[in-house]
Design a protein around this ligand. Structure first.
Ligand code: HEC
Ligand code: HEC
Ligand code: HEC
Ligand code: HEC
Ligand code: HEC
Length: 216
Protein backbone atom coordinates (compact mmCIF):
# COMPACT_ATOMS: atom_id res chain seq x y z
CA UNK A 1 0.00 0.00 0.00
CA UNK A 2 2.76 2.28 0.99
CA UNK A 3 3.97 2.19 -2.61
CA UNK A 4 0.63 3.18 -4.14
CA UNK A 5 0.08 6.33 -2.12
CA UNK A 6 3.01 8.52 -1.16
CA UNK A 7 3.35 9.26 2.55
CA UNK A 8 2.15 12.89 2.34
CA UNK A 9 -1.39 11.80 1.32
CA UNK A 10 -1.79 10.37 4.82
CA UNK A 11 -1.21 13.63 6.54
CA UNK A 12 -3.15 15.37 3.78
CA UNK A 13 -6.29 13.31 4.42
CA UNK A 14 -5.89 13.80 8.16
CA UNK A 15 -5.63 17.54 7.65
CA UNK A 16 -8.64 17.47 5.31
CA UNK A 17 -10.62 15.55 7.94
CA UNK A 18 -9.74 18.13 10.53
CA UNK A 19 -10.97 20.90 8.23
CA UNK A 20 -14.29 19.09 7.60
CA UNK A 21 -14.78 18.54 11.33
CA UNK A 22 -13.85 22.09 12.17
CA UNK A 23 -16.00 23.78 9.52
CA UNK A 24 -19.42 23.83 11.26
CA UNK A 25 -17.76 25.03 14.46
CA UNK A 26 -15.79 27.62 12.53
CA UNK A 27 -18.93 28.79 10.76
CA UNK A 28 -20.77 29.26 14.05
CA UNK A 29 -17.81 30.95 15.68
CA UNK A 30 -17.53 33.15 12.61
CA UNK A 31 -21.17 34.17 12.85
CA UNK A 32 -20.84 34.85 16.56
CA UNK A 33 -17.83 37.04 15.89
CA UNK A 34 -19.62 38.79 13.03
CA UNK A 35 -22.69 39.89 15.00
CA UNK A 36 -20.41 41.45 17.57
CA UNK A 37 -17.92 42.89 15.10
CA UNK A 38 -17.83 46.54 14.05
CA UNK A 39 -18.93 45.37 10.57
CA UNK A 40 -22.33 44.43 11.91
CA UNK A 41 -22.77 46.88 14.78
CA UNK A 42 -21.99 49.92 12.65
CA UNK A 43 -19.07 50.87 14.86
CA UNK A 44 -16.49 53.11 13.17
CA UNK A 45 -18.54 53.14 10.00
CA UNK A 46 -18.62 56.62 8.48
CA UNK A 47 -22.00 57.66 7.11
CA UNK A 48 -22.19 59.95 4.09
CA UNK A 49 -23.84 63.35 4.71
CA UNK A 50 -25.37 66.00 2.41
CA UNK A 51 -23.01 68.64 3.84
CA UNK A 52 -19.40 68.01 4.86
CA UNK A 53 -20.03 69.08 8.42
CA UNK A 54 -16.89 68.70 10.51
CA UNK A 55 -17.23 68.51 14.29
CA UNK A 56 -13.56 69.37 14.78
CA UNK A 57 -14.09 72.86 13.33
CA UNK A 58 -17.27 73.42 15.30
CA UNK A 59 -16.31 72.07 18.72
CA UNK A 60 -12.59 71.78 19.41
CA UNK A 61 -11.50 74.75 17.25
CA UNK A 62 -14.39 77.11 17.90
CA UNK A 63 -15.29 75.87 21.38
CA UNK A 64 -19.02 75.70 20.64
CA UNK A 65 -20.85 73.65 23.28
CA UNK A 66 -22.45 70.42 22.06
CA UNK A 67 -25.78 71.53 23.49
CA UNK A 68 -25.83 74.68 21.36
CA UNK A 69 -26.68 72.42 18.41
CA UNK A 70 -28.01 69.33 20.19
CA UNK A 71 -30.24 71.48 22.30
CA UNK A 72 -32.82 68.99 23.52
CA UNK A 73 -30.32 66.47 24.93
CA UNK A 74 -30.87 67.56 28.51
CA UNK A 75 -34.62 67.93 28.35
CA UNK A 76 -35.88 65.11 26.17
CA UNK A 77 -35.17 61.55 25.03
CA UNK A 78 -33.60 62.90 21.81
CA UNK A 79 -30.47 65.03 21.58
CA UNK A 80 -31.89 66.55 18.39
CA UNK A 81 -30.12 68.05 15.39
CA UNK A 82 -29.71 71.78 14.72
CA UNK A 83 -32.05 73.58 12.33
CA UNK A 84 -30.68 75.22 9.19
CA UNK A 85 -31.38 78.56 10.87
CA UNK A 86 -28.86 77.62 13.57
CA UNK A 87 -26.19 77.10 10.90
CA UNK A 88 -27.14 80.35 9.17
CA UNK A 89 -26.86 82.19 12.47
CA UNK A 90 -23.12 82.09 11.77
CA UNK A 91 -22.89 81.25 8.09
CA UNK A 92 -25.04 84.10 6.79
CA UNK A 93 -21.91 86.19 7.45
CA UNK A 94 -19.16 83.63 7.86
CA UNK A 95 -17.91 81.69 4.81
CA UNK A 96 -21.05 82.84 3.03
CA UNK A 97 -19.52 82.16 -0.39
CA UNK A 98 -18.17 78.70 0.47
CA UNK A 99 -19.30 76.05 -2.03
CA UNK A 100 -19.32 73.54 0.82
CA UNK A 101 -22.13 75.58 2.37
CA UNK A 102 -24.21 75.80 -0.80
CA UNK A 103 -26.60 73.00 0.31
CA UNK A 104 -27.10 74.85 3.60
CA UNK A 105 -28.01 78.12 1.85
CA UNK A 106 -30.28 76.24 -0.57
CA UNK A 107 -32.07 74.54 2.33
CA UNK A 108 -32.43 77.82 4.18
CA UNK A 109 -33.93 79.74 1.27
CA UNK A 110 -36.20 76.90 0.14
CA UNK A 111 -37.36 76.08 3.66
CA UNK A 112 -36.59 72.40 3.08
CA UNK A 113 -34.75 70.81 6.01
CA UNK A 114 -31.32 69.27 5.38
CA UNK A 115 -31.73 65.50 5.42
CA UNK A 116 -28.90 64.29 7.67
CA UNK A 117 -28.31 60.56 7.67
CA UNK A 118 -28.46 58.82 11.01
CA UNK A 119 -25.23 57.53 12.48
CA UNK A 120 -26.77 55.95 15.60
CA UNK A 121 -30.02 54.07 15.31
CA UNK A 122 -31.18 51.62 17.95
CA UNK A 123 -33.81 49.05 16.98
CA UNK A 124 -37.40 50.08 17.72
CA UNK A 125 -37.74 47.58 20.57
CA UNK A 126 -35.19 49.52 22.63
CA UNK A 127 -36.05 52.64 24.61
CA UNK A 128 -33.30 55.20 25.12
CA UNK A 129 -33.39 58.58 26.79
CA UNK A 130 -30.67 61.25 26.71
CA UNK A 131 -31.99 63.51 29.46
CA UNK A 132 -31.78 60.98 32.29
CA UNK A 133 -28.20 60.04 31.43
CA UNK A 134 -27.08 63.67 31.39
CA UNK A 135 -28.94 64.51 34.60
CA UNK A 136 -27.20 61.58 36.30
CA UNK A 137 -23.74 62.53 35.09
CA UNK A 138 -22.98 60.30 32.09
CA UNK A 139 -20.88 62.32 29.63
CA UNK A 140 -21.47 62.43 25.86
CA UNK A 141 -17.95 61.08 25.30
CA UNK A 142 -18.67 57.90 27.28
CA UNK A 143 -21.18 56.80 24.62
CA UNK A 144 -20.07 58.78 21.56
CA UNK A 145 -16.29 58.96 21.94
CA UNK A 146 -14.21 62.02 21.06
CA UNK A 147 -16.67 63.60 18.61
CA UNK A 148 -14.61 66.81 18.82
CA UNK A 149 -11.82 64.93 17.01
CA UNK A 150 -13.98 63.40 14.29
CA UNK A 151 -14.03 64.80 10.77
CA UNK A 152 -17.14 62.67 10.27
CA UNK A 153 -19.14 61.30 13.18
CA UNK A 154 -18.82 57.58 13.59
CA UNK A 155 -20.35 55.29 16.14
CA UNK A 156 -17.64 54.91 18.77
CA UNK A 157 -19.13 52.02 20.75
CA UNK A 158 -21.19 48.97 19.81
CA UNK A 159 -24.50 50.13 21.38
CA UNK A 160 -25.35 46.49 21.81
CA UNK A 161 -27.19 45.39 24.90
CA UNK A 162 -23.96 44.29 26.61
CA UNK A 163 -22.59 47.83 26.36
CA UNK A 164 -25.64 49.33 28.05
CA UNK A 165 -25.75 46.61 30.71
CA UNK A 166 -22.07 46.84 31.55
CA UNK A 167 -22.70 50.33 32.88
CA UNK A 168 -26.22 49.75 34.18
CA UNK A 169 -24.92 47.01 36.48
CA UNK A 170 -22.35 49.31 38.05
CA UNK A 171 -22.51 52.94 36.85
CA UNK A 172 -20.17 54.35 39.53
CA UNK A 173 -16.86 54.44 37.62
CA UNK A 174 -18.50 56.15 34.61
CA UNK A 175 -20.10 59.07 36.43
CA UNK A 176 -19.00 62.70 36.58
CA UNK A 177 -20.57 65.87 37.95
CA UNK A 178 -23.58 66.59 35.64
CA UNK A 179 -22.30 70.09 34.77
CA UNK A 180 -19.31 68.41 33.04
CA UNK A 181 -21.23 66.11 30.69
CA UNK A 182 -20.34 67.99 27.49
CA UNK A 183 -16.62 68.31 28.31
CA UNK A 184 -14.91 65.98 25.87
CA UNK A 185 -11.60 65.70 27.71
CA UNK A 186 -12.93 65.53 31.24
CA UNK A 187 -10.92 63.24 33.55
CA UNK A 188 -11.67 62.44 37.19
CA UNK A 189 -9.14 64.12 39.47
CA UNK A 190 -9.33 61.25 41.97
CA UNK A 191 -10.30 57.59 42.19
CA UNK A 192 -13.23 57.22 39.74
CA UNK A 193 -14.87 54.47 41.85
CA UNK A 194 -14.86 56.66 44.93
CA UNK A 195 -16.06 59.78 43.13
CA UNK A 196 -18.66 57.60 41.40
CA UNK A 197 -19.99 56.21 44.68
CA UNK A 198 -20.39 59.75 46.03
CA UNK A 199 -22.23 60.85 42.89
CA UNK A 200 -24.46 57.75 43.00
CA UNK A 201 -25.60 58.87 46.44
CA UNK A 202 -25.88 62.55 45.69
CA UNK A 203 -27.83 62.05 42.44
CA UNK A 204 -29.74 58.99 43.66
CA UNK A 205 -28.42 56.74 40.89
CA UNK A 206 -29.35 53.05 41.02
CA UNK A 207 -28.31 50.01 39.04
CA UNK A 208 -31.02 49.46 36.40
CA UNK A 209 -30.94 45.99 34.93
CA UNK A 210 -34.60 45.01 34.70
CA UNK A 211 -35.61 44.26 31.12
CA UNK A 212 -38.44 46.80 31.23
CA UNK A 213 -36.01 49.70 31.81
CA UNK A 214 -35.00 49.50 28.13
CA UNK A 215 -37.72 47.31 26.59
CA UNK A 216 -41.12 48.85 27.29
C1 HEC B 1 -22.55 73.70 15.12
C2 HEC B 1 -23.45 72.64 15.43
C3 HEC B 1 -22.96 71.39 16.16
C4 HEC B 1 -22.20 71.31 17.31
C5 HEC B 1 -21.61 72.44 18.14
C6 HEC B 1 -22.10 69.91 17.63
N1 HEC B 1 -22.76 69.16 16.70
FE1 HEC B 1 -23.02 67.14 16.69
N2 HEC B 1 -23.98 67.25 14.90
C7 HEC B 1 -24.26 68.40 14.21
C8 HEC B 1 -24.84 68.07 12.91
C9 HEC B 1 -25.27 69.05 11.83
C10 HEC B 1 -24.92 66.66 12.86
C11 HEC B 1 -25.46 65.79 11.71
C12 HEC B 1 -24.39 65.54 10.69
C13 HEC B 1 -23.35 64.57 11.15
O1 HEC B 1 -23.68 63.46 11.58
O2 HEC B 1 -22.16 64.94 11.10
C14 HEC B 1 -24.37 66.18 14.13
C15 HEC B 1 -24.28 64.84 14.48
C16 HEC B 1 -23.85 64.38 15.73
C17 HEC B 1 -23.89 63.00 16.16
C18 HEC B 1 -24.39 61.82 15.34
C19 HEC B 1 -25.91 61.81 15.32
C20 HEC B 1 -26.48 60.57 14.70
O3 HEC B 1 -26.96 60.64 13.56
O4 HEC B 1 -26.44 59.51 15.33
C21 HEC B 1 -23.37 62.96 17.42
C22 HEC B 1 -23.22 61.73 18.30
C23 HEC B 1 -23.00 64.30 17.77
N3 HEC B 1 -23.30 65.14 16.73
C24 HEC B 1 -22.41 64.64 18.98
C25 HEC B 1 -21.92 65.92 19.25
C26 HEC B 1 -21.12 66.22 20.41
C27 HEC B 1 -20.71 65.23 21.49
C28 HEC B 1 -20.82 67.56 20.35
C29 HEC B 1 -19.95 68.37 21.31
C30 HEC B 1 -18.58 67.92 21.42
C31 HEC B 1 -21.45 68.08 19.14
N4 HEC B 1 -22.08 67.04 18.51
C32 HEC B 1 -21.42 69.40 18.73
C33 HEC B 1 -24.05 69.69 14.65
C34 HEC B 1 -23.30 70.04 15.77
C1 HEC C 1 -21.28 79.49 16.13
C2 HEC C 1 -20.97 79.64 14.73
C3 HEC C 1 -21.22 78.48 13.77
C4 HEC C 1 -22.35 77.75 13.60
C5 HEC C 1 -23.64 77.84 14.40
C6 HEC C 1 -22.11 76.85 12.51
N1 HEC C 1 -20.85 77.04 12.01
FE1 HEC C 1 -20.02 76.08 10.40
N2 HEC C 1 -18.28 77.07 10.71
C7 HEC C 1 -18.05 78.02 11.68
C8 HEC C 1 -16.68 78.46 11.60
C9 HEC C 1 -16.01 79.48 12.52
C10 HEC C 1 -16.09 77.76 10.52
C11 HEC C 1 -14.65 77.87 10.01
C12 HEC C 1 -13.84 76.87 10.81
C13 HEC C 1 -12.43 76.73 10.34
O1 HEC C 1 -12.16 76.88 9.16
O2 HEC C 1 -11.65 76.37 11.22
C14 HEC C 1 -17.14 76.92 9.97
C15 HEC C 1 -16.96 76.10 8.87
C16 HEC C 1 -17.96 75.35 8.27
C17 HEC C 1 -17.83 74.59 7.03
C18 HEC C 1 -16.59 74.55 6.15
C19 HEC C 1 -16.64 75.68 5.15
C20 HEC C 1 -15.48 75.62 4.19
O3 HEC C 1 -15.61 76.15 3.07
O4 HEC C 1 -14.44 75.04 4.52
C21 HEC C 1 -19.02 73.95 6.82
C22 HEC C 1 -19.39 73.06 5.64
C23 HEC C 1 -19.91 74.31 7.92
N3 HEC C 1 -19.23 75.17 8.77
C24 HEC C 1 -21.19 73.85 8.06
C25 HEC C 1 -22.04 74.21 9.10
C26 HEC C 1 -23.37 73.66 9.28
C27 HEC C 1 -24.03 72.63 8.37
C28 HEC C 1 -23.88 74.23 10.41
C29 HEC C 1 -25.22 73.96 11.05
C30 HEC C 1 -25.46 72.58 11.41
C31 HEC C 1 -22.87 75.14 10.93
N4 HEC C 1 -21.76 75.09 10.12
C32 HEC C 1 -23.03 75.93 12.04
C33 HEC C 1 -18.98 78.48 12.60
C34 HEC C 1 -20.27 78.02 12.76
C1 HEC D 1 -25.64 56.72 27.74
C2 HEC D 1 -25.16 56.89 26.40
C3 HEC D 1 -25.31 58.25 25.72
C4 HEC D 1 -24.96 59.50 26.20
C5 HEC D 1 -24.39 59.84 27.56
C6 HEC D 1 -25.22 60.44 25.13
N1 HEC D 1 -25.73 59.77 24.05
FE1 HEC D 1 -26.29 60.58 22.26
N2 HEC D 1 -27.05 58.79 21.66
C7 HEC D 1 -26.94 57.60 22.36
C8 HEC D 1 -27.68 56.57 21.67
C9 HEC D 1 -27.82 55.13 22.13
C10 HEC D 1 -28.25 57.18 20.52
C11 HEC D 1 -29.17 56.52 19.48
C12 HEC D 1 -30.60 56.70 19.94
C13 HEC D 1 -31.60 56.00 19.08
O1 HEC D 1 -31.26 55.38 18.07
O2 HEC D 1 -32.81 56.10 19.42
C14 HEC D 1 -27.81 58.58 20.53
C15 HEC D 1 -28.14 59.52 19.56
C16 HEC D 1 -27.62 60.80 19.53
C17 HEC D 1 -27.84 61.77 18.47
C18 HEC D 1 -28.71 61.56 17.23
C19 HEC D 1 -30.05 62.28 17.39
C20 HEC D 1 -30.89 61.69 18.48
O3 HEC D 1 -31.27 62.43 19.38
O4 HEC D 1 -31.17 60.47 18.45
C21 HEC D 1 -27.15 62.92 18.80
C22 HEC D 1 -27.09 64.21 18.01
C23 HEC D 1 -26.51 62.67 20.07
N3 HEC D 1 -26.82 61.38 20.49
C24 HEC D 1 -25.74 63.60 20.75
C25 HEC D 1 -25.36 63.49 22.09
C26 HEC D 1 -24.78 64.57 22.88
C27 HEC D 1 -24.45 65.96 22.37
C28 HEC D 1 -24.59 64.08 24.14
C29 HEC D 1 -24.08 64.81 25.39
C30 HEC D 1 -24.71 66.13 25.67
C31 HEC D 1 -25.03 62.68 24.13
N4 HEC D 1 -25.50 62.37 22.89
C32 HEC D 1 -24.97 61.79 25.21
C33 HEC D 1 -26.25 57.43 23.53
C34 HEC D 1 -25.80 58.43 24.36
C1 HEC E 1 -21.93 54.75 31.06
C2 HEC E 1 -23.14 54.40 31.73
C3 HEC E 1 -24.39 54.09 30.96
C4 HEC E 1 -24.51 53.56 29.69
C5 HEC E 1 -23.42 53.14 28.73
C6 HEC E 1 -25.93 53.46 29.43
N1 HEC E 1 -26.64 53.92 30.50
FE1 HEC E 1 -28.67 54.00 30.63
N2 HEC E 1 -28.52 54.84 32.49
C7 HEC E 1 -27.33 55.11 33.15
C8 HEC E 1 -27.62 55.78 34.40
C9 HEC E 1 -26.60 56.25 35.42
C10 HEC E 1 -29.03 55.91 34.47
C11 HEC E 1 -29.85 56.52 35.60
C12 HEC E 1 -30.21 55.45 36.59
C13 HEC E 1 -30.95 56.02 37.79
O1 HEC E 1 -31.42 57.13 37.76
O2 HEC E 1 -31.06 55.31 38.81
C14 HEC E 1 -29.57 55.31 33.25
C15 HEC E 1 -30.92 55.24 32.94
C16 HEC E 1 -31.44 54.71 31.78
C17 HEC E 1 -32.84 54.64 31.46
C18 HEC E 1 -34.00 55.10 32.35
C19 HEC E 1 -34.37 53.93 33.22
C20 HEC E 1 -35.60 54.16 34.05
O3 HEC E 1 -36.06 53.15 34.63
O4 HEC E 1 -36.07 55.29 34.13
C21 HEC E 1 -32.94 54.02 30.24
C22 HEC E 1 -34.21 53.72 29.47
C23 HEC E 1 -31.59 53.72 29.80
N3 HEC E 1 -30.71 54.15 30.77
C24 HEC E 1 -31.29 53.08 28.61
C25 HEC E 1 -30.00 52.83 28.16
C26 HEC E 1 -29.68 52.16 26.92
C27 HEC E 1 -30.68 51.62 25.93
C28 HEC E 1 -28.32 52.16 26.81
C29 HEC E 1 -27.46 51.61 25.71
C30 HEC E 1 -27.73 52.04 24.35
C31 HEC E 1 -27.80 52.80 28.01
N4 HEC E 1 -28.83 53.19 28.79
C32 HEC E 1 -26.45 52.97 28.25
C33 HEC E 1 -26.07 54.83 32.69
C34 HEC E 1 -25.75 54.30 31.46
C1 HEC F 1 -29.79 49.02 29.67
C2 HEC F 1 -30.67 48.70 28.58
C3 HEC F 1 -31.13 47.26 28.40
C4 HEC F 1 -31.61 46.39 29.35
C5 HEC F 1 -31.74 46.62 30.85
C6 HEC F 1 -31.99 45.20 28.63
N1 HEC F 1 -31.75 45.37 27.28
FE1 HEC F 1 -32.20 44.00 25.80
N2 HEC F 1 -31.42 45.26 24.41
C7 HEC F 1 -30.86 46.50 24.67
C8 HEC F 1 -30.33 47.05 23.43
C9 HEC F 1 -29.63 48.38 23.26
C10 HEC F 1 -30.60 46.09 22.42
C11 HEC F 1 -30.27 46.22 20.93
C12 HEC F 1 -29.01 45.49 20.61
C13 HEC F 1 -28.57 45.62 19.18
O1 HEC F 1 -29.13 46.39 18.41
O2 HEC F 1 -27.62 44.92 18.85
C14 HEC F 1 -31.30 45.00 23.06
C15 HEC F 1 -31.74 43.86 22.39
C16 HEC F 1 -32.43 42.82 23.00
C17 HEC F 1 -32.97 41.67 22.29
C18 HEC F 1 -32.88 41.43 20.79
C19 HEC F 1 -31.76 40.50 20.47
C20 HEC F 1 -30.43 41.13 20.55
O3 HEC F 1 -29.55 40.64 21.28
O4 HEC F 1 -30.23 42.16 19.89
C21 HEC F 1 -33.56 40.86 23.22
C22 HEC F 1 -34.25 39.54 22.97
C23 HEC F 1 -33.39 41.51 24.53
N3 HEC F 1 -32.70 42.70 24.34
C24 HEC F 1 -33.85 41.00 25.71
C25 HEC F 1 -33.62 41.56 26.98
C26 HEC F 1 -33.99 40.93 28.24
C27 HEC F 1 -34.69 39.59 28.37
C28 HEC F 1 -33.60 41.78 29.24
C29 HEC F 1 -33.71 41.60 30.74
C30 HEC F 1 -32.97 40.45 31.27
C31 HEC F 1 -33.00 42.95 28.58
N4 HEC F 1 -33.02 42.77 27.23
C32 HEC F 1 -32.52 44.07 29.26
C33 HEC F 1 -30.81 47.14 25.90
C34 HEC F 1 -31.22 46.60 27.10
Amino acid sequence: MGALFPRWTNSFSRAAGAVVLATPAAAIAGLMLYVRSPLNTGERNPVGQPVQFDHRHHTADEGIDCRYCHSTAETSPHAGLPSTATCMGCHAQLWNKSPKLEPVRAAYFSGQAIRWNRVHDLPDHVYFNHSIHLAKGVGCAVCHGRVDQMAQVQQAVSNQMAFCLECHRNPAPYLRPPEKVAEMDWQPNRDPEELGRELMQKLDVRARTSCTACHR
